[in-house]
Write a protein that binds this ligand. Sequence first.
Ligand SMILES: [Fe+2]
Ligand SMILES: [Fe+2]
Length: 235
Amino acid sequence: MRVAATADLHFTPARFSALHDQLNRVRDEADVFVLAGDLTNFGRPDEMEPLLNVLVRLRLPVIVVLGNHDFESGREVELMRMLTQEGIKVLDGSAYERDGVGFAGTKGFVGGFGRGVLTAFGEPEIKTFVRASIDEALKLERAMSQLRTKKRVVVLHYAPILATVEGEAHEIYPFLGTSRLAEVIDRHGADLVVHGHAHNGKCDGKTAGGVPVHNVAITLLQSQNPSAVYRVFDV
Ligand SMILES: [Fe+2]
Ligand SMILES: [Fe+2]
């Protein structure tokens, strides 16, 4: 299966024709199209509406997770409903199987990497924050444990490893993802992980267990090739 993946479109209606033109070849180059969060800029239905218009015309299965920007207006449930109504598969701690390939996805959250992972100690505010990070890891756990396929693809918005956020300012690493997500991935095993959010990170990395991880933030893809709007992976 050829999986075309991108992230961080931060779509606004002004980008409609550009994106429409840029995506016109995806159907020839891929079997599914994956969007790894930050579909919109401010999480507003009036941003999602024209984006949906582009996506349904692709006539290709589309699989998405939401990103932090899609939560900005507090209308994420409405956005998910709009996507689902158009036949787009929204993964939120859930799994989806298509043509023998399993997709497990969730947004993920911040929290840091390796020895720097924030733990639930001290003030209740810290515990609430860490709880949100653990909850997203548990959602990924639930999604991955539902998969019965040999081939598995994980879709996240936040990064599960440090390697694909390197290039960003060091000070913000803990806000770009958490290795709690990678621990789940390594426990279950996967063939491919895609994420976004770290707009200026690195394209390729691996979990400690050797699972390939790719940052598909569109800004990053375009820093390699200015006309790229997605990257195609063979699974
Ligand atoms: Fe983004
Ligand atoms: Fe983001």
